[in-house]
Design a protein around this ligand. Structure first.
Ligand SMILES: Cc1cc2nc3c(=O)[nH]c(=O)nc-3n(C[C@H](O)[C@H](O)[C@H](O)COP(=O)(O)OP(=O)(O)OC[C@H]3O[C@@H](n4cnc5c(N)ncnc54)[C@H](O)[C@@H]3O)c2cc1C
Length: 385
């Protein structure tokens, strides 16, 4: 029997499993193939919803579902933590002590946040990268009555690159609606020399920042927080006073990938082929989603568009059929909605060869995001779109 092992039941892992169970239905029913997901929580979390806990009335209970309810009955689910991969013996060790062998391995364990790497982060800064943090940021915003709000980034790369800009726009709109805008300053700090890594997106966002009176600070890489003076300092030597500090925490790939020698420290991002999605030249190990080192957004949409490539390649390996080159090579396709505030948004759509040309911000793109959030559970993880 061919054993296909998928580590991580988030966006990427779940879609690959469902696509494979469809493509290899007969082989799975005839017990020629086994598809297994290992996930440490057993729950699938819709992380983009966290931002709407802070800026909408979203609730945590709507943002998580049991992984079992999202995957085809033919897919096996093991709820356990992966602690090691041994690519010489083709096996994976779990925290329970169990060992799982594989013939084809899919790495989809996403990224983890590490706020503890910045001293005083826990007591001084807010973020929206977990449901709990997003709730606590809501409480802090409710208590805010004027002053300086600083939104900054404490390490690249991070999940959902537009998120800190979106959050700056949403904060500014909220302050206006609450009559606090005249008493407040909003600062957006970018680690590079412009507002956003992709030039065309920066060109779209910079005039919006100006129009909204949000002060842009470029080359601001967060280094330290001084709680006594309420100041955040950058590596480049700039200091900003804050009354409310919002920081994107540092991100890394899963620790077991470093421990297993698959990904270099300290980032833990897997060296992944831009088109085949194979890891480190191995023909039987694939990566998708946040865990790769691809020069693309760490976004659910990236994992979404990568999943059919991994499924196509593994299905061809199982069936021995020739690869459909078009379906088996990733083009770098990504598509994300981008909130601008005041019920407006835009859309980022691009690939390796074509940068995004965001349309003029409008209501339709915000509504697109609202619709996507509402339909997510019925579409994306099930591999239906
Ligand atoms: C606030 C916020 C807003 C966002 N907005 C957007 C957006 O608008 N658009 C967009 O496209 N993306 C957005 N994203 C990003 C998106 O959520 C991620 O990029 C996406 O979830 C990545 O998918 P993945 O499959 O790589 O990892 P994940 O979905 O994170 O799944 C990883 C899975 O691996 C499991 N796992 C990890 N380590 C282990 C281990 N050792 N053993 C077993 N299991 C393990 C985890 O439990 C998890 O289930 C946002 C994220 C956040 C936080």
């Amino acid at each position: 029997m061919d054993r296909i092992l998928i580590l991580g039941g988030g966006v990427g892992g779940t879609i690959v499993a469902n696509l494979l169970s469809r493509k290899l239905r007969r082989q799975i029913d005839d017990q020629e193939v086994e598809v297994t997901i290992v996930d440490q929580s057993g729950n699938h979390v819709y992380q983009p919803g966290f931002m709407y806990i802070t800026f909408g009335n979203e609730q945590e209970k709507n943002l998580s579902r049991p992984e079992r309810s999202l995957i085809d009955e033919r897919v096996k689910l093991v709820v356990d933590e992966v602690t090691r991969v041994d690519d010489t013996t083709h096996s994976v060790t779990l925290a329970s002590g169990a060992t799982l062998p594989y013939d084809q391995l899919v790495l989809a364990t996403g990224s983890r946040i590490a706020p503890e790497e910045i001293e005083h982060f826990d007591t001084e800064a807010h973020h929206f990268y977990t449901a709990q943090a997003a709730r606590s940021m809501r409480v802090a915003l409710d208590a805010f009555s004027g002053g300086s709000i600083v939104v900054a980034i404490a390490g690249m790369p991070y999940k959902c690159p537009p998120a800190p800009l979106e959050v700056s726009f949403l904060i500014e709109a909220e302050l206006r609606q609450r009559g606090l805008r005249d008493k407040s300053q909003v600062h957006f700090c970018s680690p590079i020399g412009r507002a956003f890594t992709i030039e065309s997106v920066s060109d779209m966002a910079t005039p919006v920042l100006e129009e909204k009176g949000i002060e842009l600070h470029t080359f601001f890489n967060v280094e330290t927080i001084d709680p006594a003076r309420k100041v955040v300092q950058s590596l480049e030597g700039e200091e900003l006073h804050y009354d409310l500090l919002v920081l994107v925490p540092p991100h890394h790939g899963a620790q077991f990938l470093i421990d297993s020698g698959l990904a270099p420290a300290p980032g833990g991002w897997l060296p992944t082929d831009h088109h085949t999605l194979q890891v480190g030249g191995r023909p039987d190990v694939y990566a998708l989603g946040d865990t790769t080192d691809l020069p693309l957004s760490k976004a659910g949409s990236t994992a979404h568009f990568e999943a059919p490539i991994v499924a196509e390649r593994i299905a061809a390996w199982v069936t021995g059929k020739p690869l459909n080159e078009k379906r088996a090579n990733y083009t770098g396709r990504v598509m994300c909605f981008f909130e601008i505030g005041d019920g407006k948004g835009t859309l980022l759509r691009f690939d390796y060869d074509h940068p995004p040309h965001p349309p003029k911000p409008g209501r339709i793109w915000h509504l697109g995001k609202v619709l996507f959030n509402k339909t997510y559970w019925h579409t994306v993880p099930r591999g239906r779109v």
